[in-house]
Design a protein around this ligand. Structure first.
Ligand code: FMN
Length: 174
C-alpha cells in the first residue's frame, strides 16, 4: 500500500510540471500521482499523506461552485468524510512579478477548505526569498504550503521541492 498520494490540477502546464518534480522526490514505492480527473475519492483513505497542487489563476477559478470546477468537486466530496487519519499538504503555482498583490492566493483557499475538515495540515513554507506585496496564501511570514513560481523563478523549483518534501518526510516519519 502506498503512503502518499499527490493530486494536482490542471494538466499540461506548470502545475503538472511541478507535480512531477515533487513526485520524483519520493521513492516510487510509496507515492501515487493523479490529475484530479483521474482519481476516485473513495480511495483517499488508503493513504497517510495527501499532497494537493494547483495554481492561482484568478479567484473565480477557486471559488465558483460550478460543477466543472475540479477543486470544488473534489472538496465537496471530501467534506463529509472522516479524514482524521489523513494529513494534507499543498503546493501552489503563482507569478510574483505579474500578480504581486495576489501571489499564490490559492494556497489560502486550500488551507481554508482543508481546515474545515478534521484532517491534519502540514507543509508551511517561509515567505523569505520571494518578492510580493500581498497574498491570501500567507500568514505571519509563512505560506500555507509550498509556493512555486515557474514563470519567473523556474531555476528555484527543484531546490524548493527537495527542501519542502524533506520536511514532509521528516514530519511524517517516512
Ligand atoms: C488569467 C491568469 C490569472 C492569474 N492570476 C494569478 C494570481 O492571482 N496570483 C498568482 O500568483 N499567479 C497568477 N497567475 C499565474 C499562474 O498561477 C502561473 O502562471 C502558473 O504557473 C500557471 O500554472 P499552469 O501552467 O499549470 O496553468 C495567473 C495566470 C493567469 C493566466
Amino acid at each position: 500500500m502506498k503512503k502518499v498520494v499527490l493530486l494536482y490540477w490542471g494538466k499540461g502546464g506548470n502545475v503538472e510540471k511541478a507535480a512531477n518534480t515533487i513526485y520524483q522526490q519520493f521513492d516510487p514505492e510509496i507515492i501515487d500521482i493523479f490529475p484530479l480527473d483521474n482519481f476516485n475519492v473513495e480511495n483517499l483513505d488508503q493513504y497517510k499523506l495527501v499532497i494537493l497542487g494547483g495554481s492561482t489563476v484568478g479567484a473565480e477559478n477557486w471559488q465558483d461552485a460550478t460543477n466543472d470546477n475540479m477543486w470544488n468537486n473534489f472538496l465537496r466530496k471530501i467534506e463529509n468524510k472522516d479524514l482524521s487519519k489523513l494529513t494534507f499538504a499543498a503546493f501552489g503555482l503563482g507569478n510574483q512579478v505579474l500578480y504581486p498583490n495576489h501571489f499564490v492566493d490559492g494556497l489560502g483557499f486550500f488551507n481554508e477548505e482543508i481546515s474545515k475538515t478534521n484532517a491534519k495540515v502540514i507543509g508551511k513554507w517561509p515567505t523569505e526569498g520571494y518578492s510580493f506585496t500581498d497574498s491570501e496564501g500567507e500568514e505571519n511570514g509563512m505560506f500555507y504550503g509550498l509556493a512555486l513560481d515557474e514563470d519567473t523563478e523556474p531555476e528555484l523549483t527543484a531546490e524548493r521541492a527537495k527542501k519542502w518534501t524533506d520536511e514532509l518526510k521528516k514530519e511524517m516519519g517516512f
